[in-house]
Design a protein around this ligand. Structure first.
Ligand code: SF4
Length: 363
């Protein structure tokens, strides 16, 4: 066969790029050859859709920014407003102070509760001190608090499926008066000091793995005879959408990078899902954490971001990849999210004014 060139195609099953040499007059069709990642020295970067900020995070950041505009700095925020250092640092630069305890807040200072929610004792302490507060708890976390109270009021023992020590879990435990147990795995469900016929209800942390949580709910149903729970799991829409997008990404990527903070629950779950899907996954805070050694033999990098990671950090990671090889970026088809949560009433006016100013500015 006289070699004339390469026929390139993408195998829709493996999504791998293949090359078949083609020529004229030959009988000896040469077998296909999988190209190395260095084909044309290009690295394909495929972005997950959706990725990054969810509606609860947008609302929480808006609350801090609008409060800074309306009341002026300093504004105090209990705990990181969302688990992302870049976001926190940008708000610090605008005059926000982040504290872990209300005792660190001066008398009379505007105080904001983070998106993860707070125990009722914290709300009570702020009220007793007369602190003016704004609540940035995500409405989907508040919904879990309400569900828990609802089940307790009906005489059920509540099981919260979640991770010990996470601020959302501490907030939920502290919002519900009544018998409540936190479980993290099947062993803890087996060890619950409750009779098998105890009327049980469950609620879950919003950012868990959908598959792990389904398994734990099944374990609860095997352990107890009378179990009820929310019709849909409490894992929020944003967590579910980002997890299914990462599964889609794993079908076409050789490596998955998740932009997110180490203490971000939903970002950690995305990395775990990549690994469970058979693709190496790494959590990176920004481009500076990309290790070139990860890219050895890699042609397609899947890139996603946790719900608290801004798009600017995704761009930073793409920039870091460009330092290693020429990069071609595309986005995988996925769900378009149009969720928006209302702001506290006294800030809604400022938000509208800000939106109007932006609209005027763009004309
Ligand atoms: Fe709300 Fe879900 Fe975002 Fe958490 S991840 S802030 S529960 S929308």
């Amino acid at each position: 066969m006289v070699f004339l060139g390469w026929l390139l195609f993408i195998d829709s099953t493996s999504a791998k790029l293949h090359a078949i040499p083609f020529g004229a007059g030959g009988q000896d069709r040469v077998g296909e050859t999988v190209l190395q990642n260095t084909v044309g020295n290009r690295l394909r970067v495929i972005l997950a859709q959706p990725r990054g900020f969810c509606a609860g995070v947008v609302r929480a950041i808006d609350i801090v920014e609008l409060a800074l505009q309306k009341y002026g700095p300093p504004i105090y925020v209990r705990h990181e407003i969302v688990h992302n250092r870049h976001v926190v640092d940008s708000l610090i630069a605008k005059g926000a102070h982040f504290v872990e305890e209300l005792s660190e807040v001066p008398d009379g200072a505007i105080t904001i509760f983070s998106a993860h929610g707070v125990p009722r004792a914290v709300v009570d302490e702020a009220r007793d001190r007369g602190l003016p507060t704004l609540d940035a708890t995500c409405p989907l976390v508040s919904k879990v608090h309400n569900q828990g109270r609802h089940y307790i009021a009906r005489g059920r023992t509540l099981i919260l499926i979640g991770h010990a020590g996470h601020p959302e879990v501490e907030g939920t435990l502290g919002q519900i008066d009544g018998p409540t147990y936190l479980v993290q795995n099947e062993g803890e469900i087996a060890a619950l000091p409750l009779a098998a016929d105890t009327p049980i209800a469950y609620v879950t942390q919003t950012t868990l793995s959908v598959d792990d949580t389904t398994a734990l709910i099944e374990a609860l149903k095997r352990r107890f005879s009378d179990v009820v729970g929310p019709e849909t799991r409490d894992i929020c829409y944003a967590t579910q959408n980002r997890q299914s997008a990462v599964r889609d990404l794993a079908r076409v990527a050789d490596l998955i990078l998740v932009v997110g903070a180490k203490n971000s629950s939903n970002s950690n779950r995305l990395r775990e899902i990549a690994e469970e899907s058979g693709v190496p996954g790494y959590l990176v805070a920004d481009g500076s954490q990309v290790n070139p050694a990860w890219l050895e033999g890699v042609r397609v990098v899947g890139l996603t971001a946790g719900a608290s990671a801004p798009e600017v950090l995704v761009e930073d990671v793409i920039g870091a990849l460009r330092q290693i090889a020429p990069v071609e970026v595309s986005t995988l088809d996925g769900i378009e999210e149009n969720v928006r949560f209302r702001l506290p009433l006294d800030l809604e006016e400022n938000a509208n004014a800000r939106a109007n100013r932006a609209a005027r500015g763009s004309r």
